[in-house]
Design a protein around this ligand. Structure first.
Ligand SMILES: [Zn+2]
Length: 272
């Protein structure tokens, strides 16, 4: 069994425009495109899951403005639990009704939220994000952060490993998932500030950006029980992410934890 803990899917109506905007951001920052493997729609994600043998995909929507959470969370609840899809919800840290939105996310049966400190322009160690983390912890909701640099956003970085470490003064951290192995292209800082903490990492969008030795070392030292298999579809297909994970030679027990056992615990599902 394989669970991909980091994917994206837009409603059909907006997928084309959303993907074009995101690709343009990448070209603006990187000076070249890193083309996606797909069109960003849900049906495309489901096709790729079949192709790459993924049993469950966790979709992580992102509210990039203070007014989007209602429609995003409606879409999330709609797709959640069908076709092998589990969706998280989202909200913007600066929206006034953040507390009620979190409660509604809990009531609608979603397991957590995704925050993107770069697209939301809020620092992970700011009071606005800390209050969300505390409330999410109280409700038993997981929080996935885009962590580290972003391929399509200018600096300063809003969720560095050091800033993320500071949140542990306020919350336990065992319900925080830092994407991109703790901090995209800030992996020396991940080793300094996050390895060994209760924060979980996903391995999404790492192949081609991190040295294989450092990838292996971070997973080994942090422990396979705190690592989640993830791709970042449509930006990197799960097959590519899996090939990279397998090439790290972590052994079958670690691989089982990373590929599905840890995720099943979060999803509250049993192995059958
Ligand atoms: Zn992502």
């Amino acid at each position: 069994m394989i669970i991909d803990f980091h994917t994206h899917a837009f409603p059909d109506k907006i997928a084309e425009k959303a993907m074009a905007n995101l690709e343009q951001n990448i070209i603006d920052i990187q000076g070249r495109n890193y083309p996606p493997d797909g069109d960003g729609t849900l049906s495309n994600l489901i096709e790729i899951m079949k192709r790459d043998n993924i049993d469950i995909s966790v979709v992580l929507p992102i509210a990039t403005t203070v007014t989007q959470s209602r429609s995003i969370n409606r879409f999330a609840a709609e797709i959640n639990g069908k076709n092998g899809i589990v969706s998280f919800g989202s909200l913007h840290p600066l929206q006034e009704d953040w507390e009620r939105v979190l409660e509604d996310i809990k009531k609608s049966g979603l397991l957590g939220i995704k925050l993107h400190p770069e697209y939301q322009k809020t620092y992970v160690n700011s009071p606005e994000v800390i209050r969300i983390l505390k409330k999410a912890e109280e409700l038993g909701l997981y929080t996935v952060f885009h962590a580290g640099r972003d391929i399509g956003m200018p600096e300063p970085v809003h969720c560095s490993p050091k800033m993320l470490r500071e949140t542990l003064e306020y919350v336990k951290g065992d319900k925080i998932i830092a994407a991109h192995l703790g901090g995209w292209r800030m992996w020396d800082d991940v080793e300094e500030y996050l390895v060994g903490t209760p924060i979980m990492f996903d391995v999404s969008y790492t192949k081609g950006f991190i040295a294989p030795e450092q990838y292996r070392r971070i997973i080994k030292n942090h422990g396979s029980k705190k690592i989640l298999f993830a791709s970042d579809m449509p930006w990197q297909p799960p097959g590519v992410s899996m090939e990279f994970l397998e090439s790290a030679n972590l052994g079958s027990e670690a691989l089982d934890n990373i590929c599905y056992k840890n995720a099943l615990k979060i999803l509250g599902k049993s192995e059958n």
